[in-house]
Design a protein around this ligand. Structure first.
Ligand code: GCU
Length: 705
């Protein structure tokens, strides 16, 4: 047996252990499909390349056959290679490949003397791997044609997962078990899951990862931990994944006893220089730092009278010689501010233009905090001289966690497709942040990961779709939610249209459903204290920060409900560019989906459909509950297409979701009814719970957080 063959067998041996339909194989199941064309493949590329190995593995799974190699041209040949390979260069336009960069690729079918030859080509190994995964997606979704002409290049340069994983193995807002990073075992013991994780990410184009929580322990920068991080970085590298770390701004003081962590202090700067040099010794392609500073009690430059720009630039300067970057989070708010929604903008807008060119401001999609619906953050439009990246949340902190089926692509697209108007019509969040509009050399998008050690990775089979969708949208934000859902369903479950059509609709409808049964019409943050799972619009914790309490947000009183963010209120509307500002200011032009985000309105306010606001609220909640019941029926009808293991898990979760939807509806309507003093319309289901009983519910969610 040659050495190459041995490597291949070892690779397949540990990376693709045999699994039932327990969700562990994600969308990479490669279950046999009718492979139309090419009927067989021959590889004229280096057999040791990861991309080629993936193709080999897939082919075996899909067809039961070994992929034959040959060095000569044969009919219906699939040729895989880098542009410098002779075989590839003969078929492809090398200039075009150069333009596409290391991650771009071409898949094209050529006709030569009556024969068809399919070529996957790239300038770089990453592009080739992505090209192979693209072809495998076409095969798996039965979309392969015999005249392919595909040119791909990612929109965002850095497509990054943010793990909120703690060094003790817990995950902040993680709902799929403990962390997959086994810090206690590393560097000695290396879990096979690390490679599977990297492979899954590569299959959807994710090329970067922050390993640790933004609320981070400084220990991550200790020598011990850097040795562990190095092992992960080494495993991820062949999959084109770079490692980044969240850092604690006070690390110099906490780790090494410096008297200060002031970014202007020469000893502090030297400390970061030394630390950075040490990191790059372990990990030569280290990506950089993610920083949560002066936010929710974390340390930061403001502790020393310095600005966010001062802090970020100090770190940027030490990273610059190594080509590293700083991702500086804009998630800041402080309890004395009159409107939390305004604060990030107020703090960062005056700093526009003051950040180094290797600092990128990481901005959550909405101005508050990953709510079921928020308008986009106005910082996206405002920061024209600063690099800005969206932070999306894949883990469903505020969306039913691992119990509710909520497909998040529509939520993310709502933000990415939003027109900020700040650089003229069409200056959408996606175009601003992916670099297209301002021709940026660095562009990035982050997703807070929903991955844990559960066998199915994400805690709910359908939560895998959100990991998948994040990768696909980061690659190309103009893909539709529908297309992504369809791809994922076909690969994860079945190609049968009797399954795909109704379940795809269920996925698309699921985001709006959760908005309706949790907080419709622009309501937000009605969550129970701390765990953010169930409803507690009444929540009152003695001495709690007001902006951590639902009453701050819904402002329900006898005169009405909603947060007045117009010019007669907090004037948050002013942070948006015209004509949005004026549109949001006027309750008659403000989208009804955001009405109570921007307006405090009387219970009898007339909605566009002629109902009163109170009635509309009741019908929205009712609609949300009904939608989930429909999902239950839709899923029941899908039973014959799905293995029992996954069918049952989803079915039981939908039952919980239906229960929770009812809970949300009754809790919110009965609570608000105390102020509206109006009956719940007779043609909707009447509450089944009593407010007093609901107010007594205290979930013990300790094991979930
Ligand atoms: C939310 C979340 C926290 C998290 C924070 C952040 O507030 O509940 O757990 O640390 O966001 O994004 O920094």
């Amino acid at each position: 047996m040659t050495r190459i063959a041995l490597i291949f067998i070892l690779f397949t041996g540990f990376a693709f252990l045999s699994h039932g339909e327990d969700g562990s194989r994600l969308w990479l199941r490669y279950s046999s499909v009718q492979v139309v064309t090419p009927p067989f493949a021959c590889i004229n590329a280096n057999k040791t390349m990861l991309s080629v190995q993936e193709l080999q593995h897939a082919w075996k799974q899909l067809t039961g056959k070994i992929l034959p190699y040959t060095d000569s041209e044969v009919n219906n040949t699939l040729i895989v290679g880098l542009s410098s390979d002779q075989n590839i260069a003969r078929f492809t336009l090398t200039d075009k490949l150069n333009e596409l960069g290391d991650e771009g690729y071409i898949i094209r079918t050529y006709r030569r003397s009556g024969n068809k030859i399919t070529v996957i080509a790239s300038k770089g190994k990453p592009g080739l791997l992505y090209g192979i995964f693209h072809l495998l997606r076409l095969i798996q979704t039965q979309s392969l044609s015999d005249s392919l002409d595909i040119t791909e290049q990612p929109s965002y340069k850095i497509r990054i997962l943010n793990h909120w994983d703690n060094l003790d193995g817990t995950i902040e807002r993680g709902y799929a078990g403990h962390s997959i990073w086994k810090w206690d075992e590393l560097p000695g013991t290396v879990s096979p899951r690390y490679r599977e994780y990297a492979r899954a990410n590569a299959s959807i184009g994710i090329n970067s990862v922050v390993l640790n929580n933004v609320n981070t322990s400084p220990s991550i920068l200790s020598d011990d931990y850097l040795q562990k991080v190095k092992i992960l970085a080494d495993i991820f590298r062949p999959y084109n994944i770079k490692v980044y770390l969240s850092v604690n701004f006070s690390s110099p003081t906490i780790l090494d006893g410096l008297p200060t962590s002031d970014p202007f202090d020469a000893r502090v700067v030297q400390w970061w220089k030394n630390k950075t040099t040490e990191i790059y010794r372990f990990i030569p392609d280290f990506g950089g730092f993610l920083v949560k500073a002066n936010s929710e009690g974390s340390p930061g430059p403001q502790d020393y009278g310095r600005s966010h720009a001062d802090g970020a630039n100090m770190l940027a300067d030490v990273l610059k010689p190594h080509e590293g970057i700083v991702m500086w989070r804009a998630f800041v708010y402080n309890p004395d501010n009159e409107d939390r929604a305004k604060q990030a903008y107020n703090e960062f807008a005056p700093l526009d233009g003051q950040f180094r060119d290797n600092v990128i401001l990481q901005v959550k999609n909405g101005p508050i905090d990953f709510q079921p619906r928020e308008p986009f953050s106005p910082l996206f439009g405002k920061m024209k001289k600063t690099l800005v990246m969206p932070e999306l949340q894949i883990t469903q902190e505020y969306l039913g966690q691992a119990n509710h089926l909520v497909y998040l692509a529509p939520l993310w697209k709502e933000c990415l497709d939003s027109d900020t108007y700040c650089s003229g019509k069409g200056s959408t969040v996606a175009k601003i942040t992916d670099g297209e509009l301002y021709n940026r050399s660095i562009s990035a998008i982050a997703g807070v990961a929903n991955i844990g050690e559960d066998t199915d990775w994400c805690g709910h089979h359908f939560a895998q779709a959100n990991w998948y969708a994040f990768g696909r949208l980061a690659w190309n934000p103009s893909l539709s939610s529908k297309q992504i859902a369809e791809e994922w369903l076909r690969m994860t479950f079945s190609n049968d249209s009797g399954f795909v059509k109704p379940i795809e609709k269920m996925m698309i409808d699921s985001r709006e459903a959760v908005v309706q049964y949790m907080m419709p019409l622009g309501l937000h943050h009605l969550f129970a204290w701390e765990h953010h799972y169930g409803p507690e619009p009444w929540c009152d914790i003695p001495n709690a920060r007001p902006d951590w309490l639902p009453k701050y947000y819904h402002q329900a009183q006898e005169n009405g409900i909603g947060f007045n963010r117009t010019s007669t209120g907090s004037n948050a509307v002013e942070q948006y560019c015209s004509p949005l500002r004026e549109e949001f200011e006027n309750s008659h032009t403000c989208p009804e989906t955001l009405l109570l985000w921007f307006h405090h309105l009387p219970w009898n306010y007339t909605m566009k459909d002629g109902k009163t606001l109170w009635e509309e609220l009741c019908y929205c909640y009712d609609k949300g509950v009904k939608e989930v019941r429909n999902f239950q029926t839709t899923w029941a009808q899908a039973e014959r297409y799905v293995d029992q293991e996954r069918f049952k898990q989803v079915q039981s979760r939908l039952a919980i979701q239906a229960h929770d939807a009812e809970w949300w509806k009754d809790a919110c309507l009965l609570y608000f009814q105390q102020y509206s003093k109006q009956p719940i319309p007779r043609d909707i289901e009447q509450p089944i719970y009593k407010l007093n009983d609901l107010m007594k519910i205290k979930l013990d969610m300790a094991s979930h957080n």
